[in-house]
Design a protein around this ligand. Structure first.
Ligand code: CP3
Length: 335
């Protein structure tokens, strides 16, 4: 069993730097692209044998130190009865966006039977994997942003308007989503996930004061409620440079950051937690020399690599050549 990823989460020394990539199980890999000719994303994620196969591909092909469950953040809203489609070249689209209290009341209570397929996928993966398995969920703000907007957005104006104009309803929505997230992640951990990552991908669009008042308390509750499960907990977001000290005020082991902040600056803000990140995914579109130079710069930002997990600052780009990624894993392992 290769457990260097788990050790690094706990800030224990490791023989080399652990590496995994967000979106490692996806379109940059040939096996995944082949499966996508037949199945849509949600069907893949909801079919345990196929989902397990997708999670395993990057472990076998790239030599990464952790596997991520093949799922999607929208599976939780689906389990709560929300109509979701993942549309090619767009992303998640919601049948009936949530914009009023009455809309919120249509959400069903969480029931683990609605995600029985994830439990099965995790069982298959744990019987095969020689590296730790990461489970994950979207954080309440990021989930709410899809539910309120109804489709991906670059400005999140409907979400912000809802949040500012209907703070009570917003609080109710965030409470429902955070309680469901606690259960959703607990099911994954109980089934065998050995670490969890909470993706608050879009929380960085908020002013620090709005984040502190209308988002952070719910995320804090999630992490605090999962402490007793005793698995490393990662809190990840993009564009969090301006609110990182607040973002790190949750009870977790690891903070994941994107490339808009240096690892050195991030380290001073995260209060002794382990760090994960943060190479710009676009670097991997360049030549090997550029990649290695940028990685050396990145690693040079930290005085010690204990408590550090190499990753990109966000998901791997679909057009990335997986052979370059494989070389990058070898390069980092040789450091
Ligand atoms: O290796 C992995 O990370 C795979 C598991 C995974 C998926 N989605 C599968 C997927 C994970 C961890 C996610 C998380 C996810 N999903 C997030 C948080 C991470 C982030 O990127 O910020 C978000 C915001 C979503 C919602 C979502 N699902 C979007 C925006 C999209 C379209 C994005 C795109 O790149 O086209 C999806 C679809 C999706 N989920 C894909 C994958 C591999 C791409 C599907 C495809 O067309 O094959």
């Amino acid at each position: 069993m290769n457990d260097i990823f788990l050790k690094a989460c706990r800030k224990e020394p490791t023989e080399h730097i652990p590496v995994w990539f967000m979106r490692q199980a996806g379109r940059s890999l040939p096996g995944y692209r082949k499966l996508r000719e037949t199945y849509n994303v949600l069907t893949l994620a909801q079919t345990p044998e196929l989902a397990a196969q997708v999670s395993l591909e990057p472990v076998e092909r790239l030599g990464v130190d952790a596997a991520i469950l093949f799922a999607d953040i929208m599976l939780l809203p689906i389990a709560l009865g929300v109509g979701v489609k993942i549309v090619d070249n767009i992303g998640p689209v919601i049948a009936h966006p949530i914009r009023t209290r009455a809309d919120i009341e249509t959400l069903l209570p969480f029931a683990s039977k609605n995600i029985a397929y994830l439990q099965e996928t995790i069982t298959i993966l744990r019987s095969t994997l020689q590296v730790p398995l990461i489970g994950f969920s979207g954080a309440p703000f990021t989930l709410a942003s899809y539910l309120v907007e109804g489709e991906p957005s670059r400005t999140w104006t409907k979400t912000k308007r809802f949040m500012f104009e209907q703070p009570k309803a917003w609080g109710q929505l965030m409470e429902i989503l955070s309680d469901a997230t606690i259960e959703y992640l607990s099911v994954q951990i109980d089934a065998g996930a050995q670490a969890i990552q909470l993706f608050d991908s879009w929380a960085g669009c908020l002013a620090p004061s709005a984040y502190r008042e209308q988002v952070l308390p719910y995320t804090q509750k999630i992490f605090t409620s999962l402490k007793h499960k005793n698995v490393p907990r990662i809190h990840f977001g993009t564009n969090t440079a301006g609110l990182l000290a607040d973002f790190a005020r949750v009870d977790c082991e690891v903070i994941g950051v994107d490339w808009r902040i240096s690892l050195a600056a991030a380290q001073t803000l995260v209060g002794g937690k382990a760090l994960q990140g943060n190479l710009d995914p676009a670097v991997l579109l360049g030549g090997q020399q550029t990649i290695e130079k940028k990685v050396d710069e990145l690693l040079g930002e930290l005085p010690s690599h204990t408590g550090y997990i190499f990753n990109l600052g966000h998901g791997i780009l679909p057009e990335t050549d997986d052979q370059k990624v494989k070389k990058l894993v070898e390069y980092i392992h040789a450091k």
